[in-house]
Design a protein around this ligand. Structure first.
Ligand SMILES: [Zn+2]
Length: 329
């Protein structure tokens, strides 16, 4: 198994540094675009997709009846930031999808604008003369605090049911809490106006937890099964267990209720209090962090999500609560 600290493999499958692999099944179906490393300090998704392509190569040898419907395109996100192990170089690649300008010339305002164009070019390339009728985007991430394994998607029923199929808690309402994400770009139909597109973000756990790679792999396999690329009988049930045991006691559907945003261009001295975990229960008024103005208290009770324990990032923490609406999505 590749370790999380291995350097980027050079051309591991005869593809480009951008493309981990492009698997074309023998039957028509959706195009699943799986992206790892949109944040350069989150290599677990990349490692998981590399392992998946190893498995896809071996599968027909050990399981002669194996078939694949549709296509899987696996990409590395922020190549430059992955090389240096940083979240980003100039700006957060997962916050700049609001104003995407394609192929004007070769000059880009930021490293990340170039990376974004590189990803879209790889997807364009996969779609040339392709019969696929639907695009499904899976964006693989990890977090600084341990314990957070969940999925994020839009609040419409098809997206929520797809996210639920991954087998981890689904957080509603994150799309309106985060602007300019990869998820929102693909969901809004800006990439491809003709084909329907669903998109899900999967948070696999801590950045350096080796199990994050296993979870990202399990979630990708679950997604391939739920969109019909692979059949139930070809998927091992240990993928289900890997995910279902990762968040004991956390409700299956939760809703974003609060985001503690940091001021643009500076953190105003924000420091999270040590020891907080993803999905840790917190009380209203509990002091979670400090900044230059003093202590920062939780405005409401709930479960803490993505407390910021790294130097780069635009949000200090998120609070989610059990979703009390209809569970039938
Ligand atoms: Zn991330």
């Amino acid at each position: 198994m590749p370790s999380l600290t291995d350097p980027l493999p050079h051309d591991p499958l005869g593809e480009s540094p951008r493309v981990i692999g492009h698997y074309v099944g023998e039957e028509n179906g959706p195009l699943v675009v799986a992206i790892g490393g949109i944040h350069g300090n989150e290599p677990a998704g990349v490692a998981a997709l590399e392992q998946l392509f190893e498995l896809l190569r071996e599968e027909p040898l050990i399981n002669p009846g194996f078939t694949f419907r549709g296509e899987l395109l696996a990409l590395r996100g922020n190549l430059e930031a992955l090389r240096s192990g940083r979240r980003y170089i100039d700006t957060d690649l997962n916050r700049i999808w609001r104003h995407v300008v394609r192929g004007v010339d070769d000059s880009y305002p930021t490293v990340e604008a170039r990376e974004l164009d590189g990803m879209l070019a790889a997807i364009d390339n996969a779609l040339v003369d392709s019969p696929v009728a639907e695009i499904v985007l899976l964006d693989l991430h990890t977090t600084t605090a341990t314990g957070g394994v969940f999925s994020i998607t839009g609040d419409d029923a098809p997206s929520l049911s797809l996210a639920a199929e991954l087998g981890v808690p689904v957080i509603k309402g994150m799309l309106s809490g985060l602007q300019g994400t990869t998820l929102s770009y693909f969901r809004s139909g800006q990439y491809d106006l003709e084909r329907p597109c669903r998109a899900v973000t999967f948070e696999a756990g801590g950045h350096t937890d080796p199990v994050s790679v296993d979870r990202a792999l399990a979630a990708t396999v679950n997604l391939l099964r739920s969109v019909g690329c692979v059949r139930d009988e070809d998927v091992s049930t240990h993928h289900e267990e890997t995910l279902r045991t990762s968040n004991p006691g956390v409700p299956p559907v939760l809703e974003l209720v609060y985001v503690h945003r940091l001021p643009a261009g500076g953190r105003h001295g924000f420091v999270m209090r040590p020891g907080y975990l993803n999905f840790q229960k917190i009380n209203a008024g509990e002091i979670l962090a400090e900044d230059a103005d003093g202590p920062i208290a939780a405005p409401c009770a709930g479960y803490l999500l993505m407390p910021l324990y790294q130097n780069q990032g635009d949000e200090g923490f998120f609070i989610v609560q059990r979703y009390e609406g209809s569970a039938s999505y």
